[in-house]
Design a binder for this molecule. Structure first.
Ligand SMILES: *Cc1c(COP(=O)(O)O)cnc(C)c1O
Length: 452
């Protein structure tokens, strides 16, 4: 149903399978390597970390993977299918002939797309009798999504939260604790990795790579504990494709097709979930652009090399081929906690390498500027991560104004900013600063890439 503002799907139009882009990649995906032997690693190497069902999905060559009935019900509980909105007031404000659409992933109970994979991961863990899940969280979005999912499927949840975010975002911590999770400031004294880092630098601000190492260490030391990751891995991106499949139906319903699709990229999961279901069309020759948007402070897709690197600082996670700033990269303290990872999803990186995907980067202040315009016109306050997509959308819509082209622009509204008002407060007070990564710093962090 389309009322001129939003395209709404019926409950029975919820996708019943996930779309697996691995079946359609234009070149083979370089295999993940074992962090110690540096040989290709298969399911047995990863068994201590992940539930079997998720490992099967991770490696599956099948184009479509069915979503179990019980999980479809859980998706409906999260409010799926989510509406696709037309940004009419933003279009009017920009005075552009472009039509702008955005997918409302902020409407989930924790305010982002992340529960789409969290509930799938908790569901499969529950089926296999897992007692506890450990994970890391940056801004707290992933930790809250997994905490919600674990509460729904009755599993214990432990979250290592990146130090700076733990200090900056107390309410995300309280949200996780409300769902029953244990939350530790990372680096912590719980793990060997954490203790060794704290010994060297008791004031370490933490990083996503480090928090991952802590959570992985817990899972490696106890077979009742599994580890869970909120982005980057194939199965995570797979679960998110429920989003893009809905978008496809929504555009069919109104007889439109996007000329370009945009999304912000931290590890790549929200954007991949949004556009992967459209990749087969592009491979068949359809004229559509996919544009990834990242912070200039963490320029993985726009400035980093395509190379094998560890997924985490402690070198416990597999080595994967991606655009990487080096596993010891400690990002500047920008407010988009979710966009501070040193690498990106391998399949997304491959698509950029093959020319299917473009990428652009913006400074933090211009992203907040865009977010404020969006809040005033569309009435909802975006997450700082989402603001990256919005600034790029505004630039594209302004180009359309110059050329008079009525392009259809679609972006993934990955989350709301209700827990990020500190960032808005600093922006409004004029206290935000921009960070441009100096080339020497990039070069330096790349000296330690593994030799494979
Ligand atoms: C975590 C997060 C992101 C970035 O993660 P991806 O895996 O790249 O999607 C983007 N937006 C929001 C709102 C997030 O919470």
């Amino acid at each position: 149903m389309y009322d001129g503002v939003k395209v709404v799907l019926n409950l029975d139009e919820l996708p019943t399978q996930w779309y697996n882009v691995l079946a359609d990649l234009p070149a083979p995906l370089p295999p993940p390597l074992h962090p110690v032997t540096k040989e290709p690693c298969g399911p047995p190497d990863l068994m201590p970390l992940f539930p079997v069902a998720l490992l099967q999905q991770e490696m599956s060559p099948e184009r479509y993977i069915p979503i179990p009935e019980e999980l479809q019900e859980a998706y409906r509980r999260l409010g799926r299918p989510s509406p696709l909105y037309r940004a009419k007031r933003l279009e009017e404000y920009l005075d552009t002939p472009a039509k702008i659409y955005y997918k409302r992933e902020d409407l989930s109970p924790t305010g982002s797309h992340k529960p789409n994979t969290a509930i799938a991961q908790a569901y499969f863990a529950m089926k296999e009798g897992v007692e506890q899940i450990t994970t890391e969280t940056g801004a707290g979005q992933w930790g809250s999504a997994l905490s919600l999912a674990c509460a729904l499927f009755d599993i214990k949840c432990r979250v290592y939260m990146v130090g700076v975010s733990y200090d900056q975002k107390p309410y995300r911590r309280v949200l996780m604790q409300t769902y029953g999770s244990e939350v530790f400031r990372s680096p912590s004294n719980n793990t060997e990795v954490g203790r060794s880092v704290l010994k060297e630098n008791p004031d370490h601000p933490g990083s996503l790579g480090l928090a991952i190492s802590e959570a992985v260490e817990d899972a490696l030391n106890d077979d009742k504990i599994k580890y869970s990751l909120g982005s980057v891995l194939n199965h995570v991106l797979l679960h998110q494709t429920i989003v893009g499949q809905e978008v496809k139906k929504q555009f069919e319903e109104i007889g439109e097709y996007p000329d370009m699709m945009l999304g912000c990229v931290g590890g790549g999961s929200n954007f991949a979930g949004f556009f992967y279901p459209f990749v087969p069309d592009k491979l068949k020759g359809k004229d559509i652009r996919f544009i990834a948007v990242e912070p200039k402070a963490v320029p993985t897709l726009t400035r980093a090399p395509y190379a094998y690197d560890y997924g985490d600082t402690g070198k416990l996670a597999p080595i994967v081929k991606m655009y990487t700033l080096g596993h010891e990269f400690v990002p500047p303290p920008i407010h988009s906690g979710g966009l501070r990872y040193h690498g990106d999803a391998p399949s997304l990186c491959l698509l950029q390498k093959e020319g299917i995907l473009e990428s652009v980067a913006y400074h933090q202040i211009e992203t907040f500027e865009a977010g404020v315009i969006f809040a005033k016109t569309e009435g909802i306050v975006p997450a700082p991560e989402t603001n990256h997509a919005i600034v790029a959308v505004i630039k594209e819509a302004q180009k359309c104004k110059k050329t008079g082209e009525e392009k259809v622009i679609a972006f993934n509204y990955s989350g709301h900013g209700h827990f990020d008002l500190k960032g808005y407060e600093e922006y409004l007070a004029g206290n935000l600063v921009d960070y441009e990564m100096p080339q020497e710093q990039i070069d330096k962090s790349l000296e330690i890439l593994p030799k494979v």
